[in-house]
Write a protein that binds this ligand. Structure first.
Ligand code: HEM
Length: 504
């Protein structure tokens, strides 16, 4: 009896093994059939290797992958690699970067078609072609420098709360963790400016707003990596069959904004926040028409694009100031002088006169750029200027940020924190295309001015009344970063001390 049952089972098992083996062989062939793409074009690069496309060790240590591409495989000019099965050209030459992102932009209008969550599909950052262009044109006025003035009061309140928070935390704990303090500031500012909501994360770090927001910024789990892999390899509709962890958060924020929009439609609003600015520009027609739900999606983008990046900038700036006493003193001296001229009021005009703090922020973004790379997708066949290399539509182009910012050819003693590198005459001397914290060209960061403004305001609000100094365990410069983080993050929680100033 059992022998005949085994006989019956043998056949289905053999068929199953054959089918699975065949499918695996087919998948392998499909994933690797492109692997002569670069060699056939005479482009060097890391030898392609199944499954992730390149054989660079520790693929989850983004810093070592970046260093290998830039320094060992010719990426300082350009080299070819694969991201799974997709050919990507890694271009580190500043002239080529300017050509790709600015001069010949019409060949590179898009980014790769990969979004982590369904709720991000309609965000400006993810759109392509004409839909991107129409929305970018419609949204740009809301991010002009003249609109910052209107936002100043809202941001100042949050910055003052930050200043109180660091002093109170110091008094209670004897030290302050930078990412915690600046993360709270950034969250409150996004809630106030992007959503018209008072989030109060200084008082209540577990508010519903903060809890849902944190869903977007959890480190990538094994499941997320698997989902990302499926989304990278297969069409989006197949990847979207896998459960999407960020979707409940996306739905929550859509509801928050839609409720606020409905309330403002009924009662009006005197607030000068981004939500209001976007509502005021939504009167276009055709491709320019912006629905309420599309506006809500862009408000969520404010959170997704603005939280980690700004908190990273502020954390690294706080660290750089605490570990460079002379720089901090110069910044405070300027703050005292400017505020004295403005009757002690941190107005928009006073902030605009604090030029040294601009240098501090620029140098922080050089040494610790929140994003290590930028990228474009080729949409029209393109021959790289000065070369014989032609790339077809669909080719991904990756451009380094961190490697350029730390290249001693462009920035001598690159690991030294020196804001004077950004004095006007120094900037003039430097070649174009070697400073990319906000990307470059028409697809560069939409909110650059706002990000610089809010970061500067936060730092000035803290430094006018307090001095940051290293705490026990604060690492010596440069700040060690987590090599597996997508956005620059200290490897360990970074503590400083916050001492009251006698003047200012
Ligand atoms: C320190 C803070 C920030 C940094 C360093 C930063 C950096 C960047 C970078 C590198 C890019 C890609 C640019 C390119 O591909 O050339 C980008 C794009 C973008 N950023 Fe930011 N960002 C910051 C803050 C923000 C904030 C607060 C927002 C709020 C809405 C924002 C919205 C966007 C958008 C919408 C895009 C896509 C633009 C497009 O595709 O047209 N960013 N950002």
């Amino acid at each position: 009896m059992s022998v005949s049952l085994l006989g019956w089972l043998w056949w289905p098992a053999a068929v199953l093994v054959t089918v699975l083996g065949g499918a695996a062989a087919l998948l392998y062939w499909w994933m690797t059939r492109n692997y002569d793409f670069w060699s056939s074009r005479g482009v060097s690069g890391p030898p392609p290797k199944f499954p992730n496309g390149h054989g660079i060790p520790n693929p989850r240590d983004f810093h070592s992958v970046e260093r290998a591409l830039y320094e060992d495989f010719g990426g300082k000019r350009y080299c070819g690699l694969f991201e799974f099965r997709q050919p990507a050209l890694y271009v580190g030459d500043p002239e080529l970067i300017c050509a790709i992102t600015i001069k010949d932009f019409e060949h590179f209008t898009d980014r790769r078609d990969l979004v982590l969550s369904k709720c991000m599909e309609e965000m400006l950052v993810s759109l392509s072609g004409r839909r991107w262009k129409a929305l970018r044109v419609a949204m740009s006025p809301a991010f002009s420098s003249s609109k910052l003035r209107a936002m100043h009061q809202l941001c100042l309140e949050t910055a003052n709360n930050l200043s109180d928070y660091v002093r109170e935390t110091m008094a209670r704990d004897g030290k302050v963790e930078l990412k915690d303090a600046f993360g709270r500031f950034t969250m409150d500012n996004i809630a106030a400016c992007g959503f018209g909501v008072d989030c109060n994360s200084f008082g209540d770090p577990n508010s519903e707003f903060t809890r849902y927001a944190s869903q977007f910024f959890k480190p990538l789990s094994g499941y997320d990596m698997f989902r990302l892999l499926v989304l990278s390899i297969f069409p989006r509709r197949i990847g979207n069959l896998l459960p999407d962890r960020a979707e409940p958060a996306g739905a929550f924020f859509q509801r928050v904004v839609m409720r606020t929009i409905a309330h403002r439609a009924e009662h009006g609003s005197g607030r000068r926040d981004y939500l209001q600015l976007l509502l005021e520009i939504k009167s276009g027609t055709g491709e320019r028409a912006i629905s309420d739900s599309l506006i809500a999606t862009q408000a969520v983008m404010f959170l997704v694009g603005g939280y980690d990046t700004t908190a990273s900038l502020l954390t690294c700036a706080g660290y750089a100031l605490a570990t460079n006493a002379e720089v901090q003193q110069r910044a405070q001296h300027e703050i005292d002088q400017v505020l004295a001229r403005h009757g002690g009021h941190l107005t928009f005009d006073a902030l605009s006169e604090m030029h040294y703090m601009d240098l501090v922020v620029s140098e922080t973004l050089r040494l610790y750029p929140p994003f290590m790379r930028i990228e474009r997708q080729c949409v029209r066949e393109y021959t790289l200027p000065g070369t014989e290399l032609t790339i077809p539509p669909g080719t991904l182009v990756i451009m380094p940020v961190l490697s350029l910012h730390r290249d001693p050819e462009y920035y001598p003693e690159p690991l030294r924190f020196d804001p004077d590198r950004f004095l006007p005459e120094e900037k003039e001397r430097r070649r174009a295309g070697v400073y990319l914290p906000f990307g470059s060209g028409p697809r560069g960061c939409l909110a650059q001015r706002f990000a610089l403004f809010e970061a500067k305001l936060a730092l000035v609000a803290v430094l006018r009344g307090s001095t940051l100094t290293p705490a026990a365990g604060t690492p010596p410069p440069p700040l060690p970063l987590d090599p597996g983080a997508v956005v620059a993050t200290p490897r360990e929680p970074t503590f400083v001390q916050v001492l009251p100033r006698h003047s200012g």
